[in-house]
Design a protein around this ligand. Sequence first.
Ligand code: BEZ
Ligand code: FE
Length: 283
Amino acid sequence: MTGFFTEERSVETVNARMGKHINPRLAEVMASLVRHLHSFVKDIHLTTDEWEIAIGFLTKAGQICNAERQEFILLSDTLGLSMLVDAINNRRPIGATENTVLGPFHVVGAPERKMGDTITLDGKGESCLFEGCVINAHGEPINGARIDVWSDNADGFYDVQQPDIQPKWNNRGIFTTGDDGKYSFVGIKPVSYPIPNDGPVGQMLSSLGRHPYRPAHMHYIITAPGYQKIVTHTFVGDDPYITSDTVFGVKHTLVAPFERINDGSTIWRSPFNFVVTPCDEGK
Ligand code: BEZ
Ligand code: FE
């Protein structure tokens, strides 16, 4: 008789249960997932106790999730999966600005601000002028590029993590370029911070002897008609965590200069140009 489960034919037995007329991509994805999961369990000879620990871990990850907390994304991030999915879906020509993880702290609908405005509303931190140009591969300025920026505050928290402490939209804003493609805004020199680590992902990191920190960075989403959306950060190069980002988000092309200028109340200047890629290129 066929169709009964055996250790040797586990993959074939499970995958044979799929219907004939299901979505072909779903069939491909699930067949591969089953193949890899079974192979993993056989490879390490997973014990029943370990399986129970894994189920307990996933249960806790689900239970801690809410509108503000997404433990499964943190799990994906800390296992390098988010960066891998991002890398294979955003291959770009050399010289184009690279993508990196979005992270859980982007909020849609930040205030549109005028070029040069400040995004820091809590008065904390060392002020920094961020400026540069949105250009294409030929160095031509991009008119109408929308630059959505956000960072943590000087204490290492995003406004949404401290709704009763920080002003709403603190260290966030949206800027739109003109004919010259130039952008500028005043924020703070960002500081490194731990990702939320009071849940199962935090426990996983500590069991693995890993720290939960991200090196200091400014987040950007850049959109322009006809060009690929860029989801990226710029990083502070001398940050102690620059080579050990817990979510693997650093790329050397995204390390930006932070120059001390001490110009009135502005202490730092961080120049950086963003190079956009046409929609149909490099995909
Ligand atoms: C962030 O940079 O905001 C972030 C990215 C991944 C996980 C947690 C935070
Ligand atoms: Fe961040």
